[in-house]
Ligand binder design. Structure first.
Ligand code: B4P
Length: 192
């Protein structure tokens, strides 16, 4: 049976990590707006150039751009999606609801990964240090200053989605502080 799931949580909560695991274990299709935006930048497209500075600072990209990216993916059809880092605003959440409605589909669960700020900072700084040590490129937004902006954007613009989805009976909280496998196990119990 295919399910549509949202992974919600602050930067570094492990949304991308857990979405990757779900694609392997459940065959769900990962729709990561962060990855799509980074791919647009890497391609040198006009849109990629427009979002580069916003993302490097840690601010949210405009709703119309990210909703457009998700619409393109959903128009290709299918079911069994894992929305990774989308929606991040109430406008995006409303748009997703309409897009799924049009496809005759809905959401099965919204999984909130709960991690405290200290751990988020350690993880993101750790990822930057690991990349540097391996001679790999460091994400432009993986630095202390951008992270502060990313956290502020989360608490101001994205955290209202917790109440929004709770009211719809879809919200499931998961402790994101455990080892990656432990968190995956808890998510697996929800996804079924
Ligand atoms: P994203 O790409 O979505 O990145 P993120 O929220 O910062 O990280 P995520 O939670 O996926 O953490 P990860 O698994 O990588 O967004 C980047 C930017 O794109 C945004 O700031 C914004 O500018 C833009 N954007 C994206 N979507 C948008 C939208 N819808 N609207 C507007 N703008 C949008 O994990 C981080 C690190 O922690 C990794 O090193 C990982 O290995 C480690 N880790 C994960 N789980 C762990 C665990 N359990 N224990 C220990 N370490 C763990």
């Amino acid at each position: 049976m295919s399910v549509n799931i949202i992974l919600l949580g602050p930067p570094g909560a492990g949304k991308g990590t857990q979405a990757g695991i779900l694609t392997q274990t459940r065959g769900l299709k990962q729709l990561s707006t962060g990855d799509m935006l980074r791919a647009a930048q890497a391609s040198g497209s006009e849109m990629g150039k427009r979002v580069a500075e916003v993302m490097a600072k840690g601010d949210l990209v405009t709703d119309d751009i990210v909703i457009g990216l998700i619409r393109e993916q959903l128009e290709q059809g299918g079911s069994g999606f894992i929305f990774d880092g989308f929606p991040r605003t109430l406008a995006q959440a409303d748009a997703l609801g309409h897009l799924l409605d049009e496809m005759g589909q809905g959401l099965d669960a919204v999984i909130e990964l709960k991690v405290n700020d200290d751990v988020l900072v350690d993880r993101i700084v750790g990822r930057a240090e690991q990349a540097r040590a391996a001679g790999q490129p460091v994400r432009a937004d993986d630095n202390a200053e951008s992270l502060r902006t990313r956290l502020m954007a989360y608490y101001k613009q994205t955290s209202p989605l917790v109440g929004y989805y709770h009211a719809k009976g879809l919200l499931r909280g998961v402790n994101g502080l455990g080892e990656i496998d432990e968190v995956a196990g808890d998510i697996g119990q929800i996804v079924g």
